[in-house]
Design a binder for this molecule. Sequence first.
Ligand code: MD3
Ligand code: FE
Length: 230
Amino acid sequence: MSGALFPLPAEPREVAAGAVHMPGWLNLEEQSWIVHQFRQWAAGPVPPRAAVMPGGHRMSVRTVCLGWHWQPYRYTREATDVNGMRVLEFPDWMVRLGRRAVAEAGSVASDPGVYGAGDPSSDFSPDAALVNYYDDAATMGMHQDKDEKSNAPVVSLSIGDSCIFRFGNTATRTKPYTDLTLASGDLFVFGGPSRFAYHGIPKVLPGTAPAGCGLDHGRINITMRVTGWL
Ligand code: MD3
Ligand code: FE
Protein backbone atom coordinates (compact mmCIF):
# COMPACT_ATOMS: atom_id res chain seq x y z
CA MET A 1 0.00 0.00 0.00
CA SER A 2 2.90 2.43 -0.38
CA GLY A 3 3.49 4.45 -3.45
CA ALA A 4 0.21 5.96 -4.63
CA LEU A 5 -0.18 8.99 -2.40
CA PHE A 6 3.37 9.23 -1.06
CA PRO A 7 5.71 7.68 -3.62
CA LEU A 8 8.85 6.40 -1.91
CA PRO A 9 12.15 6.61 -3.74
CA ALA A 10 13.65 3.28 -4.78
CA GLU A 11 16.42 1.78 -2.68
CA PRO A 12 20.08 2.63 -3.29
CA ARG A 13 21.71 0.22 -5.72
CA GLU A 14 24.95 -0.40 -7.55
CA VAL A 15 23.98 -0.34 -11.23
CA ALA A 16 27.45 -1.46 -12.37
CA ALA A 17 30.73 -1.80 -10.47
CA GLY A 18 31.42 1.64 -9.00
CA ALA A 19 28.17 3.20 -10.30
CA VAL A 20 25.90 3.75 -7.30
CA HIS A 21 22.42 5.31 -7.61
CA MET A 22 20.85 6.72 -4.44
CA PRO A 23 17.30 7.90 -5.26
CA GLY A 24 15.93 10.76 -3.17
CA TRP A 25 19.27 11.46 -1.50
CA LEU A 26 18.54 15.19 -1.18
CA ASN A 27 15.32 16.23 0.55
CA LEU A 28 13.14 19.03 -0.90
CA GLU A 29 14.58 21.64 1.43
CA GLU A 30 18.12 20.79 0.32
CA GLN A 31 17.06 20.76 -3.32
CA SER A 32 15.41 24.18 -3.18
CA TRP A 33 18.39 25.61 -1.28
CA ILE A 34 20.72 24.37 -4.03
CA VAL A 35 18.43 25.85 -6.72
CA HIS A 36 18.69 29.17 -4.88
CA GLN A 37 22.50 28.89 -5.08
CA PHE A 38 22.20 28.05 -8.77
CA ARG A 39 20.33 31.31 -9.42
CA GLN A 40 23.25 33.19 -7.87
CA TRP A 41 25.85 31.28 -9.89
CA ALA A 42 23.83 31.99 -13.03
CA ALA A 43 23.95 35.72 -12.26
CA GLY A 44 27.67 35.69 -13.03
CA PRO A 45 30.48 36.58 -13.40
CA VAL A 46 30.17 33.85 -16.05
CA PRO A 47 26.58 33.16 -17.19
CA PRO A 48 25.42 29.65 -18.16
CA ARG A 49 26.34 28.99 -21.77
CA ALA A 50 25.66 26.37 -24.40
CA ALA A 51 29.12 25.15 -25.39
CA VAL A 52 30.05 25.05 -29.07
CA MET A 53 31.91 21.88 -29.97
CA PRO A 54 34.97 21.97 -32.26
CA GLY A 55 32.84 20.67 -35.17
CA GLY A 56 30.53 23.69 -34.77
CA HIS A 57 27.67 21.87 -33.06
CA ARG A 58 26.14 23.87 -30.19
CA MET A 59 25.09 21.87 -27.13
CA SER A 60 21.45 22.23 -26.03
CA VAL A 61 22.39 22.12 -22.34
CA ARG A 62 23.56 25.36 -20.70
CA THR A 63 26.41 25.03 -18.21
CA VAL A 64 27.82 27.22 -15.46
CA CYS A 65 31.02 26.07 -13.75
CA LEU A 66 32.53 26.42 -10.29
CA GLY A 67 36.22 26.12 -9.43
CA TRP A 68 37.37 25.45 -12.97
CA HIS A 69 35.64 26.36 -16.23
CA TRP A 70 35.07 23.47 -18.60
CA GLN A 71 35.18 24.12 -22.33
CA PRO A 72 35.57 21.51 -25.05
CA TYR A 73 37.89 19.75 -24.15
CA ARG A 74 39.81 21.37 -21.31
CA TYR A 75 39.59 23.19 -17.99
CA THR A 76 40.63 26.83 -17.59
CA ARG A 77 40.33 29.31 -14.70
CA GLU A 78 38.87 31.98 -16.98
CA ALA A 79 35.90 31.38 -19.26
CA THR A 80 37.83 32.36 -22.38
CA ASP A 81 35.03 30.99 -24.60
CA VAL A 82 32.31 33.06 -22.84
CA ASN A 83 33.40 36.44 -21.46
CA GLY A 84 36.93 35.91 -20.16
CA MET A 85 35.90 36.23 -16.51
CA ARG A 86 37.28 33.98 -13.80
CA VAL A 87 34.74 31.43 -12.60
CA LEU A 88 33.43 31.39 -9.02
CA GLU A 89 35.30 29.49 -6.31
CA PHE A 90 34.33 25.90 -5.57
CA PRO A 91 32.21 26.22 -2.40
CA ASP A 92 33.29 24.49 0.82
CA TRP A 93 29.78 23.23 1.48
CA MET A 94 29.92 21.38 -1.83
CA VAL A 95 33.23 19.72 -0.91
CA ARG A 96 31.61 18.44 2.28
CA LEU A 97 28.49 17.31 0.39
CA GLY A 98 30.65 15.50 -2.18
CA ARG A 99 32.61 13.71 0.56
CA ARG A 100 29.42 12.53 2.22
CA ALA A 101 28.14 11.34 -1.18
CA VAL A 102 31.28 9.29 -1.90
CA ALA A 103 31.30 7.82 1.61
CA GLU A 104 27.64 6.77 1.46
CA ALA A 105 27.87 5.43 -2.08
CA GLY A 106 31.02 3.50 -1.13
CA SER A 107 29.08 1.80 1.65
CA VAL A 108 26.54 0.58 -0.92
CA ALA A 109 29.16 -0.67 -3.41
CA SER A 110 30.08 -4.35 -3.24
CA ASP A 111 33.78 -3.40 -3.22
CA PRO A 112 34.17 -0.94 -0.33
CA GLY A 113 37.49 0.24 -1.79
CA VAL A 114 36.09 1.01 -5.24
CA TYR A 115 36.50 4.79 -4.74
CA GLY A 116 40.00 4.44 -3.27
CA ALA A 117 41.50 2.74 -0.25
CA GLY A 118 41.60 5.85 1.96
CA ASP A 119 38.94 7.73 3.91
CA PRO A 120 36.31 9.15 1.55
CA SER A 121 35.18 11.63 4.22
CA SER A 122 38.45 13.51 3.70
CA ASP A 123 40.22 12.08 0.62
CA PHE A 124 37.68 13.18 -2.01
CA SER A 125 38.55 16.78 -2.87
CA PRO A 126 36.47 17.95 -5.83
CA ASP A 127 37.77 21.19 -7.38
CA ALA A 128 35.36 21.65 -10.31
CA ALA A 129 31.60 21.48 -10.66
CA LEU A 130 29.70 21.59 -13.94
CA VAL A 131 26.14 22.73 -13.35
CA ASN A 132 23.98 21.86 -16.34
CA TYR A 133 20.54 23.33 -17.00
CA TYR A 134 18.17 21.37 -19.27
CA ASP A 135 15.00 22.90 -20.71
CA ASP A 136 12.22 20.61 -21.99
CA ALA A 137 14.03 19.91 -25.25
CA ALA A 138 17.65 19.66 -24.07
CA THR A 139 19.60 16.43 -24.48
CA MET A 140 23.19 15.34 -24.01
CA GLY A 141 24.80 12.92 -26.43
CA MET A 142 26.78 9.86 -25.38
CA HIS A 143 30.26 10.85 -24.21
CA GLN A 144 33.01 10.04 -21.73
CA ASP A 145 34.24 12.51 -19.10
CA LYS A 146 37.98 12.36 -19.66
CA ASP A 147 39.21 15.94 -19.54
CA GLU A 148 40.20 15.34 -15.92
CA LYS A 149 43.71 14.15 -15.12
CA SER A 150 42.42 12.21 -12.11
CA ASN A 151 40.48 8.95 -11.92
CA ALA A 152 38.64 10.09 -8.76
CA PRO A 153 34.90 9.44 -8.83
CA VAL A 154 32.37 11.89 -10.28
CA VAL A 155 29.43 12.86 -8.03
CA SER A 156 26.16 13.75 -9.80
CA LEU A 157 23.09 15.43 -8.24
CA SER A 158 19.81 15.99 -10.10
CA ILE A 159 17.08 18.53 -9.30
CA GLY A 160 13.83 19.39 -11.12
CA ASP A 161 12.30 17.39 -13.93
CA SER A 162 13.18 13.71 -14.21
CA CYS A 163 15.15 12.53 -17.21
CA ILE A 164 16.17 9.35 -18.98
CA PHE A 165 19.83 8.67 -18.20
CA ARG A 166 21.66 6.31 -20.56
CA PHE A 167 24.52 4.49 -18.89
CA GLY A 168 26.74 2.69 -21.36
CA ASN A 169 30.05 0.88 -21.43
CA THR A 170 33.68 1.98 -21.52
CA ALA A 171 34.41 0.69 -25.05
CA THR A 172 31.85 2.26 -27.41
CA ARG A 173 29.22 5.03 -27.39
CA THR A 174 26.65 2.47 -28.55
CA LYS A 175 25.08 -0.67 -27.04
CA PRO A 176 25.18 -2.26 -24.57
CA TYR A 177 23.64 0.44 -22.40
CA THR A 178 20.99 0.71 -19.70
CA ASP A 179 18.34 3.42 -19.51
CA LEU A 180 17.41 4.63 -16.03
CA THR A 181 15.24 7.46 -14.72
CA LEU A 182 17.02 10.15 -12.73
CA ALA A 183 14.61 12.12 -10.55
CA SER A 184 14.81 15.23 -8.40
CA GLY A 185 17.04 14.64 -5.39
CA ASP A 186 18.87 11.65 -6.84
CA LEU A 187 22.57 11.09 -6.24
CA PHE A 188 24.74 9.05 -8.58
CA VAL A 189 28.43 8.34 -7.98
CA PHE A 190 30.58 7.04 -10.84
CA GLY A 191 33.99 5.68 -9.97
CA GLY A 192 36.26 2.69 -10.27
CA PRO A 193 35.43 0.62 -13.37
CA SER A 194 32.51 2.97 -14.22
CA ARG A 195 34.49 6.21 -14.17
CA PHE A 196 35.13 6.25 -17.93
CA ALA A 197 31.85 4.72 -19.11
CA TYR A 198 29.99 6.46 -21.94
CA HIS A 199 26.79 8.15 -20.77
CA GLY A 200 24.20 10.65 -21.95
CA ILE A 201 20.76 12.15 -21.43
CA PRO A 202 18.42 11.25 -24.34
CA LYS A 203 15.35 12.91 -22.85
CA VAL A 204 13.98 15.18 -20.14
CA LEU A 205 10.47 14.34 -18.87
CA PRO A 206 8.70 17.75 -18.71
CA GLY A 207 6.24 18.38 -15.92
CA THR A 208 7.76 15.83 -13.52
CA ALA A 209 9.55 18.21 -11.11
CA PRO A 210 8.11 17.74 -7.59
CA ALA A 211 6.47 20.72 -5.89
CA GLY A 212 8.92 22.33 -3.50
CA CYS A 213 12.16 21.36 -5.26
CA GLY A 214 12.77 24.97 -6.30
CA LEU A 215 12.33 24.50 -10.06
CA ASP A 216 8.92 24.72 -11.78
CA HIS A 217 10.30 23.33 -15.01
CA GLY A 218 13.59 22.18 -16.41
CA ARG A 219 16.34 20.16 -14.80
CA ILE A 220 19.60 20.95 -13.07
CA ASN A 221 22.44 18.46 -12.85
CA ILE A 222 25.54 19.14 -10.79
CA THR A 223 28.64 17.03 -11.36
CA MET A 224 31.55 17.40 -8.93
CA ARG A 225 34.92 16.37 -10.26
CA VAL A 226 38.59 16.24 -9.32
CA THR A 227 40.35 17.83 -12.30
CA GLY A 228 43.89 16.96 -11.21
CA TRP A 229 44.93 20.36 -12.63
CA LEU A 230 46.72 23.03 -10.62
C1 MD3 B 1 29.21 8.37 -15.82
N1 MD3 B 1 26.00 15.20 -17.19
O1 MD3 B 1 28.14 16.86 -17.13
S1 MD3 B 1 25.07 13.11 -14.96
C2 MD3 B 1 28.29 15.75 -17.67
O2 MD3 B 1 22.72 14.81 -16.30
C3 MD3 B 1 27.14 14.83 -17.76
O3 MD3 B 1 23.81 16.53 -16.94
C4 MD3 B 1 24.78 14.44 -17.32
O4 MD3 B 1 27.25 13.81 -18.34
C5 MD3 B 1 23.69 15.31 -16.80
O5 MD3 B 1 29.36 15.35 -18.12
C6 MD3 B 1 24.84 13.11 -16.70
C7 MD3 B 1 25.58 11.44 -14.79
C8 MD3 B 1 27.04 11.21 -15.02
C9 MD3 B 1 27.98 12.19 -14.79
C10 MD3 B 1 29.32 11.90 -14.92
C11 MD3 B 1 29.75 10.62 -15.27
C12 MD3 B 1 27.44 9.97 -15.39
C13 MD3 B 1 28.79 9.65 -15.51
C14 MD3 B 1 31.11 10.29 -15.37
C15 MD3 B 1 31.48 9.02 -15.69
C16 MD3 B 1 30.53 8.05 -15.93
FE1 FE C 1 29.37 13.41 -18.58
